[in-house]
Design a protein around this ligand. Structure first.
Ligand code: FMN
Length: 401
């Protein structure tokens, strides 16, 4: 996914970080974006129009008044843009933006813009933490703008702390993510997802169980992302501390594999996409003791019997549903995942390996590989929210085939 063909308006104000903006412009242009730069009069003290226009391949404006009595139309510039990025955003420009002090081309353009506005503040340490800056950033956020927070490190003044403008690569990623989300928003409207999440607990007696370390995070992130994209989501979760508040997600809490199976098949016929991310226990005690087992004996043997294979049953009963399974493997990962894909009649399988640091259970991050019958795609280590986005992008690409 890239910014190719997107119209990006970059507004530069008068901070020392303005020199970094060249890298951002270069990267956008390289990826095929249409970049228009405007700047405050003060920004001209820091960077030249010549370098900015060379990189953006367009004239750069800093004034309302053009040559020979012409007008640099802030209205046209504002309406042209798909997104406006104010970077670096000085304390002064931020204050003018949120209070409507419209005394230069950047502010007039900003106030005429209908597109999303992203703000990358850059200030010296004490300016950044000043109550007025904090208040103005809060106000900007309340207007619906995205703040790309300043980073910590050595500042131009020699002080060390927060205030450095986010790196151009960070700003680039935020812009790219915005276009990605825009592209995928509401693309699952009219579709119903069934997602399983979390572990299952298999009772030994009234107080003990056999379980596993699954936190449910991956399944909840998937449910949230699918709902964000317009889907109706039925989330069936084993015991998990995760919560979700989204009117498009109906959460059903279950405990054991048998309960999960029963709940899945209450809905299975009506769903379009099934994602089985729950870590279902393979075995359960044959008998559940009615009373708490006392520690009288030196050894205790619990006989285990195989639990129903929920995903396999979903595969067997598959009609129109698109089915996604998860595989968590510790050895022969790819082979096992591909075997599961075929054996369980899945359309796609997501493999996470416990060998990868930061992947799998409990972590907030995950590193996955996706397999279909014909494809294999590898992803970097990412937050589970970003992984959920990758998985749903992939599901979408498969459904469009
Ligand atoms: C060398 C130098 C560096 C500056 N760096 C910053 C900065 O990083 N952030 C900031 O808010 N102001 C900074 N300022 C102050 C702004 O340039 C000043 O507030 C100016 O009026 C901003 O105008 P503008 O917001 O219209 O571009 C700096 C000033 C100088 C002289």
């Amino acid at each position: 996914m890239s910014v190719s063909g997107k119209k990006i308006l970059i507004a530069v104000s008068g901070g020392i970080a303005a020199y970094k903006i060249h890298f951002l412009i270069r990267d956008f242009v390289k990826k095929g974006a249409d970049v228009q730069v405007i700047m405050t009069p003060d920004a001209e003290q820091f960077v030249t129009k010549l370098s900015l226009s060379t990189l953006s391949k367009k004239p750069v404006y800093s004034d309302f008044y053009g040559e020979n009595g012409t007008w640099n139309s802030h209205v046209e510039l504002a309406l042209w843009a798909d997104v406006m990025v104010v970077a670096p955003c000085t304390a002064n420009t931020l204050s003018k933006m949120v209070h409507g002090m419209c005394d230069n081309l950047v502010i007039a353009t900003y106030m005429s813009a209908k597109c999303p506005v992203l703000i990358a503040p850059a200030m010296d340490l004490d300016m950044y933490v000043h109550p007025s800056t904090k208040k103005n950033l809060e106000l900007a956020e309340s207007f619906g703008h995205t703040i790309i927070p300043a980073e910590s490190g050595e500042l131009a003044s020699g002080l060390i702390g927060q205030g450095r403008m986010a790196e151009p690569s960070t700003i680039y990623n935020v812009v790219e993510k915005y276009f990605q989300e825009e592209l995928h928003s509401n693309n699952f409207e009219g579709k119903t997802f069934l997602i399983t999440a979390g572990p299952t607990y298999e009772a030994i007696d009234p107080v003990r169980f056999i379980g596993n370390h699954s936190s449910g995070k991956m399944g909840f992130s998937l449910a949230e992302e699918a709902a964000k994209r317009g889907a109706k989501v039925i989330l069936i979760s084993g015991p998990s501390a995760q919560t979700i508040i989204d009117p498009n997600v109906d959460v059903y809490r279950v405990t054991s594999a048998k309960e999960m199976l029963a709940k899945v098949f209450e809905f299975y016929d009506k769903i379009d996409i099934g994602i089985a991310s729950a870590a279902v226990a393979d075995y359960a005690p044959k008998e559940v003791a009615k009373e708490k087992i006392k520690k009288n004996d030196e050894n205790l043997t619990i006989e285990l019997v195989k639990n129903p294979d929920i995903l396999k049953t979903m595969g067997e009963k598959k009609k129109h549903q698109f089915l996604v399974g998860f595989a968590l493997e510790t050895q022969n990962e790819e082979e096992n995942a591909k075997g599961k894909l075929a054996k369980k009649n899945l359309d796609m399988i997501v493999l996470n390996s416990l060998r990868d640091e930061g992947a799998g259970f409990k972590n907030d991050t995950n590193k996955i590989k996706i397999f279909t019958k014909t494809e294999k795609v590898e992803f970097d280590l990412k937050s589970k929210d970003d992984v959920a986005r990758d998985i749903l992008n992939f599901v979408e690409s498969q459904l469009l085939k």
